[in-house]
Design a protein around this ligand. Structure first.
Ligand code: NDP
Ligand SMILES: N[C@@H](CC=O)C(=O)O
Length: 334
């Protein structure tokens, strides 16, 4: 049986779930793809663990046995792997630490599954080009709204048609905050704290509530789907902080549902993209989003219009989206 070795940089909420799912699906990988999947290395910000023969789930939980300093370039130089799952922090100004990990992985001939967004926002076009040149895959479902299919749907199911417009609820935390404030009369701070407890909100809440997370996903999707390199700083962007309880109450009374959405419009070679708060009538599918649900609307030239709603927003669902990418890698290697 062929062996596929997986390394992980960043081993927090999502990284742990990825390791758990890989373990749970070991038999499935063997039966369906004829491969044995082994986690051979993981690292966090200060420590790491490498074992080319396999790190069991039990050893992964024993953090005291991780080697100090086995992180960054030292980790990448020593780990034996075929696929890197990058699940470290997202930094939209430098792209680090993911940028160095992903660059190093591509240069070493590893396929990459990016869950963090920073590197893709800062250097997406370059990384995709390097991956093509090296003959490896750079997949990013976890970084582009996770369980909600965005890049896969737009590039595979809508292949070949001109996509005129997309509009999407891409940040589950923002749906969660708006829905919780309106349906339970919670304050902004209470709703945000609950989203943080659930592990959906970014460690830096400003990323979600000030629209940066949505903007990052817009940039990643625009680059991967439309081949349009956008600078995150150039996107018009609105924040949830501007909303008051009175404003939300008045929209509710008028039967309107507010959602923070990202949009990309393509018209005669011109691309307009941004992030804004939009209001939806009760009949609009986006009004059905509840909890931390996300949604995608696409208008095409020849295939008509589409709306996708749903998918869980949490670390487990993100890990499952990363493993969807892993399945794609296994399928295309068959
Ligand atoms: N949580 C979610 O639902 C989703 C998260 N994402 C993205 O996935 C990524 C991970 O999210 P999440 O797991 O929730 O975050 P966590 O904060 O739980 O985990 C982050 C991990 O990154 C590690 N880390 C920090 N700096 C470095 C470094 N220099 N080298 C290696 N590892 C490092 C941390 O290690 P240490 O503990 O040592 O500091 C920690 O293990 C983020 O980029 C986030 O934007 C995407 C979609 C959904
Ligand atoms: N904070 C994000 C999760 C990661 O992309 C969200 O709320 O959707």
């Amino acid at each position: 049986m062929t062996t596929v070795r997986v390394a992980m940089t960043g081993f927090g909420n999502v990284g742990n779930q990825v390791a758990e799912l890989i373990d749970r699906r070991r038999e499935h990988f063997a039966t369906h793809f004829g491969v044995e999947v082994l986690v051979t290395g993981v690292c966090g910000s200060t420590t790491g663990l490498i074992d080319p023969s396999r790190i069991s789930p039990e050893r992964l939980q024993h953090k005291a046995a991780f080697e100090p300093g086995l992180t960054g370039s030292a980790f990448m130089e020593q780990v034996n792997a075929d696929v890197l799952v990058e699940a470290g922090p997202s930094d939209y100004s430098t792209g680090q630490p993911g940028l160095d990990y992903i660059t190093s992985a591509i240069n070493r001939g590893l396929h990459v599954i990016a869950v963090s967004k920073g590197a893709l926002v800062v250097e997406g076009p370059t990384l995709l080009q390097s991956a093509r040149e090296k003959g490896v895959q750079l997949l990013m479902s976890g970084a582009s709204a996770s369980a909600l299919p965005t890049i896969d749907f737009l590039t595979y199911d809508l292949a070949g048609t001109h996509i005129k417009r997309i509009e999407a609820v891409l940040t589950g935390t923002t749906t969660f905050i708006l829905d919780t404030m309106v349906s339970r009369n919670a304050s902004f701070d209470e709703a945000l704290a609950e989203a943080q407890q659930l592990g959906i909100a970014e460690p830096e809440p400003s990323f979600d509530v000030d629209g940066w997370d949505t903007a990052a996903k817009v940039v990643i999707i625009a680059n991967a789907v439309f081949g349009v390199p956008l600078a995150i700083s150039s996107l018009a962007r609105e924040s949830l902080r501007s909303l008051t309880a009175e404003q939300l109450g008045s929209w509710k009374a008028d039967g309107l549902t507010p959602r923070l959405v990202g949009y990309v419009n393509q018209d005669e070679g011109q691309v307009e993209a941004g992030v804004g708060i939009r209001l939806y009538s009760a009949e609009h599918p986006f009004s059905l989003t509840r909890g931390s649900t996300k949604a995608l609307y696409a208008e095409t030239m020849d295939l008509g219009e589409f709306t996708l709603l749903g998918g869980a927003s949490n670390p487990r669902a993100t890990a499952a989206a990363a493993l969807k990418d892993f399945h794609h890698i296994l399928t295309s290697s068959e």
